[in-house]
Design a protein around this ligand. Sequence first.
Ligand code: KIV
Length: 300
Amino acid sequence: MTLSPAQEPAAGATAEPTAQPAKENTKTLYGGTGSRRVTVRDVAAAKGRGEKWPMLTAYDAMTASVFDESGIPVLLVGDSMGNCHLGYESTVPVTMDEIALLSAAVVRGTKRALVVADLPFGAYQEGPVQALRNATRLVKEAGVGAVKLEGGERSAHQVELLVSSGIPVMAHVGLTPQSVHAFGGYPVQGRGEEAAAQLLRDAKAVQDAGAFAVVLEAVPAELAAEVTRSLHIPTVGIGAGAECDAQVLVWTDMAGLNAGRVPRFVKQYLALRELLGGAAKAFAEDVVGGAFPAEEHTFH
Ligand code: KIV
């Protein structure tokens, strides 16, 4: 390592490592550039600045690289891969092996984004030690910068052990899709006085346990706004109104790749299913009609 003149110890002095003051984070999360990855400290600084930011899911290296190059600062390797990538009916069957494999791909495909991996159903419900074992695997094996798990008060002990072990945690309250069987579907959460008070307690519990952010899913906008005002960590809304600090969408919903009914909270920015289907049909017709390969695609 070469020391710059300012860092060089004076003659006779020993080169003791000195604590460097943390570089101030003045760059915006979205639109900011930089040669290093976004960290949870950058996320905290954005809340301090009152800055809103976007998060998308990603399940493979190539798509992740597109989002990374587009400046999306946080990518979630969500267990929504179950329904949106792996062909399951819900997030419930997703395994640690599947999350680890796809998380590693997303990390390899990105340079700047903070990559957060979901702990799938069954990977942390047994308790904090199980959560730590599985989260450690995602950090060491896949290289993610943080993990996400579902639950408020019920998961606070897990959050606490992970955070005290050096693993940043994004929590997820409100509609927690891994509990689809208990909910009997995907109903809006936090409606009514008691449910709203519980949701606020859940969000505060994960904040107190050390979570760096909390996803609020399918929550009335007024309640999400109150939670956002009450917390010092950022809220990441999905179907939780406009007042959250950040917004997340499942990328296949956002891009219009998923078939079937689109939830009310989704905005589709592209009709990718139609576009891709059109491209596949054009290719097929070229093959059948002999237009592909043409001379320019041919070796001699
Ligand atoms: O798995 C996922 O994609 C999620 C988001 C919907 C927040 O948890």
